[in-house]
Ligand binder design. Structure first.
Ligand code: SF4
Length: 469
């Protein structure tokens, strides 16, 4: 291979609009209140590439409403030395079909793919798509850095590569002890004004804080991908990256990116204190478990600028919570929501519908709890048996239907023992609409409106919901 490789093209392929970060693969078109998020992994790899003098470029074809022909044109014009495709598990075939179409144009390009699915199934996917040269597995940054420096695949851990149809997987790479190896995201790669907070319409960006989760819930990819130990970035580095966002990009709204943000309350408190001491006037959101929240942490979060906490509530049925290994109780959920409300921090609640043990009764218990909690935002997802999860293995073993993703994303990938996939899908549509059209909810949100932008944002969402369902 030649040594004069200079250009790297990162893409989100022309499939439905998705957030494609491995654990958070979710469509942004279907749920009106989920905004597209900055392409974190692409920005991370671009930062590394620029360190070595590469010219980089990114395009999200679905967000730009561009198609295969636009992609072919871009390849002809840009002539990348490396093409990096971010692949979603649920749109695998659609995402990769463009490579087959572009085969002749990509002859001199090293095609790299990344995505959760390659951690579990890179070999057979690469057999189907001989256009793929390398699949990244595990932590992608160190392997990518070695690829663009040395072009010598066989000694690079954590990749599967293909030369002349011979596929070779190198040994897994150990998970790093902390996340300080991660570069600041390359925010010059994207138009930051596209990625906005829905309520204020101001640009928001992602700051990576930790990876890993000790819980390993039935449907979740966090633990298989990022390990059971929560690994952090240094608070100092996080603060420096926030400062760079404010000073260089005038971004003051952040999503703190982690599998489980508040596993260690002392660490969260230290981060909040540093934000306060540095007088950083920011807003941020983060995710949280309901069983690790306490008043002291919440008080500091509020003071540091936390405007929203997202919570995986999942179900109103204790039996289901236990079976999915969530290790929380309905009582803890209610207490945590009440506590967060006390500090006037908004809540985004996530629910999962259609796990194998779901019945009419349990699904209604979930919706009843959601109405009772009446959080500012709520999404009811259908359970998706992604490869690598316990759910995937269970669904195969217990013959819960053929796992496929040909239908719309929110169509369940399998049935439950008691409900068909169609029935779960109907509940999904009903809850996602009815939740937001309840008078109690509308009144609550109307009372919280304190700006024209917020009014417009809520009104637009309301109208879209009525039209969509
Ligand atoms: S606690 Fe959250 S991040 Fe951890 S495994 Fe469960 S769903 Fe995933």
């Amino acid at each position: 291979m030649a040594n004069n490789r200079q250009k790297i093209f990162f893409i989100y392929p022309p499939s439905p609009i998705m957030n494609r970060e491995d654990r958070c693969q979710q469509p942004t078109g279907d749920f009106l209140i989920i905004p597209p998020l900055p392409p974190v992994d692409m920005m991370s790899l671009s930062a590394i590439a620029k360190k070595y003098g590469y010219e980089t470029k990114f395009k999200d074809y679905s967000l730009k409403n561009e198609n295969l022909y636009d992609f072919l044109r871009d390849i002809r014009v840009f002539k990348p030395d490396f093409l990096v495709v971010n692949v979603a598990s649920t749109f695998l075939e659609q995402d990769l079909s463009i490579l087959t179409q572009a085969r002749d144009l990509l002859e001199d390009t090293v095609v790299i793919v990344k995505g959760a699915i390659f951690n579990f199934n890179s070999y057979s996917i690469m057999q189907t798509y001989p256009e793929i040269d390398i699949a990244l597995r595990g932590e992608i940054e160190p392997a990518f850095e070695e690829i663009i420096q040395y072009h010598d695949f066989k000694n690079i851990k954590g990749i599967t590569y293909q030369i002349n149809n011979k596929i070779t997987s190198t040994p897994d790479r150990e998970l790093s002890k902390n996340l300080d190896y991660l570069p600041f995201l390359d925010r010059d790669l994207i138009d930051n004004n596209i990625y906005i907070r829905p309520d204020t319409k101001k640009p928001q960006t992602i700051i990576r804080v930790s990876k890993g989760c000790p819980n390993h819930c039935f449907f979740c990819l966090a633990t298989p991908l990022n390990g059971k130990r929560v690994r952090y970035r240094s608070v100092d580095l996080i603060i420096d990256e926030i400062k760079e966002c404010i000073e260089k990009y005038n971004i003051k709204d952040f999503i703190f990116w982690s599998d489980i943000f508040n596993q260690d309350n002392l660490w969260v408190q230290r981060l909040c204190r540093m934000i306060i001491e540095n007088n950083l006037k920011i807003n941020f959101s983060a995710n949280t478990r309901v069983d690790t929240l306490n008043e002291q942490t919440l008080a500091l979060l509020k003071k540091a600028g936390c405007n929203l906490l997202s919570m995986g509530i999942e179900s109103g049925s204790q039996e289901l919570l236990d079976k999915m290994g969530k290790k929380i109780t309905v009582e803890q959920i209610k207490n945590a929501v009440a506590l967060v409300k006390k500090f006037k921090i908004q809540i985004y609640a996530y629910y999962v519908l259609g796990l194998p043990w779901e019945t009419k009764e349990t699904i209604n218990e979930t919706y009843k709890l959601a109405k009772e909690l009446n959080t500012e935002f709520a999404s009811f997802y259908t359970a998706t048996a992604l490869q690598g999860t316990k759910f995937y293995d269970y669904a195969l073993k217990n013959r819960l239907g053929e796992i496929n993703f040909e239908k719309p994303y929110y169509f369940p990938s399998v049935k439950s023992y008691a409900l068909s996939a169609d029935e779960i899908y109907e509940y999904n549509k009903k809850f996602n609409k009815e939740y937001y059209l309840r008078p109690k909810y509308i009144l609550k949100m109307a009372c919280s409106i304190n700006s024209i932008t917020k009014f417009k944002s809520y009104y637009d969402t309301f109208v879209k919901l009525v039209r969509k369902y």
